[in-house]
Design a binder for this molecule. Structure first.
Ligand code: CAA
Length: 259
């Protein structure tokens, strides 16, 4: 269902999706969005423990939605594009295992929205960030308005969206927009290392923690606690829980987690 503009590799429990539209700075058009959505559906390997999303080349993660494609859209086409974008971003957010955005350059507009849908964002030193939509007479349409303020707070999100100012990775770090910044050559090795550390933990626990974190957004604490209690209880009796705790008591290394 996908062509060369979207690459997928899988090894040792870690999947890597690369947005590969180098000629347009990896900007994503409608077709890219539908292909990404299909690809996510196709990743059914139960051995997957973590997914990384990055951009091809050394300049750009994703330079937003495809402006050339959007230029002549009418109101309903705009709404359809947003619906497709919203859908795929939500699919990433709800993806069964953690998703890391390895931001290797421009993360602008829809590109930043893609990164915001991921669980963890790390960036290269040359990365830059902006929500430039209002310079084109539109607003962020792939869930960015909601996710940006949840991640960096209302004040900073409003500043970004209203000013459209572009800034670098070093500024994004203290804002909490990214968790870490690396020289470009170290970005993918660091993403793989981070994914590997996630993959080394009990899969049921990781998937369950992600699910609860997603489901408890917007819930009252008591309702969120209830979800957490049930999920916590469900971890007990799994082979991974039994083995890891038994191994601790016996002062030995636990066997490989089974999930
Ligand atoms: N859509 C379509 N084409 C794009 C693009 C985009 N978002 N971003 C870059 N390109 C294309 C350029 O048009 C250019 O194509 P040509 O060679 O045919 O001219 C090619 O990629 C290379 O780009 P530049 O020559 O501009 O390269 P640069 O290094 O000078 O600048 C850039 C790079 C800063 C990313 C600049 O291209 C730019 O500002 N792009 C637009 C980024 C943007 O504003 N994105 C937000 C879009 S709105 C959105 O995303 C809506 C939403 O919320 C869903």
């Amino acid at each position: 269902m996908h062509d060369e503009s979207l690459l997928y590799q899988f090894k040792d429990g870690i999947g890597v999706i690369t947005i590969n539209r180098l000629k347009v700075m990896n900007a994503i058009d409608y077709k890219s969005i539908t292909m990404l959505s299909s690809l996510l559906d196709e990743i059914t390997d139960t051995n997957i423990r973590c997914l990384i999303i990055t951009g091809a080349g050394e300049k750009s993660f994703v330079a937003g939605a495809d402006i050339k494609e959007m230029k002549d859209m009418n109101r309903s086409q705009g709404e359809n594009l947003s619906r497709a974008g919203n859908g795929v971003m939500r699919k990433i957010e709800l993806f069964q295992v953690p998703v890391i955005a390895a931001i290797n350059g421009y993360a602008l507009g829809g590109g930043l929205e893609l990164a915001l849908a991921c669980d963890i964002r790390i960036a290269s030193q040359n990365a830059s960030f902006a929500m430039p939509e209002s310079t084109f007479g539109i607003i962020p349409g792939y869930g960015g308005i909601q996710r940006l303020s949840r991640i960096i707070g209302q004040g900073r999100a409003r500043e970004m969206i209203f000013t459209t100012r572009r800034f670098g990775a070093e500024e994004a770090l203290p804002w909490g927009l990214v968790n870490a910044v690396y020289p470009l050559a170290e970005l993918m090795p660091s993403a793989m290392d981070l994914a590997g550390r996630i993959a080394s933990n009990a899969p049921i626990a990781i998937m369950s923690a992600k699910k609860i974190m997603n489901e408890s957004v917007g819930l009252e604490l008591s309702a969120a606690d209830q979800l957490e209690r049930e999920a916590f209880g469900n971890c007990f009796g799994t082979w991974d829980q039994r083995e890891a705790m038994q191994a601790f008591v016996e002062k030995r290394k636990h066997g490989a987690f089974r999930g």
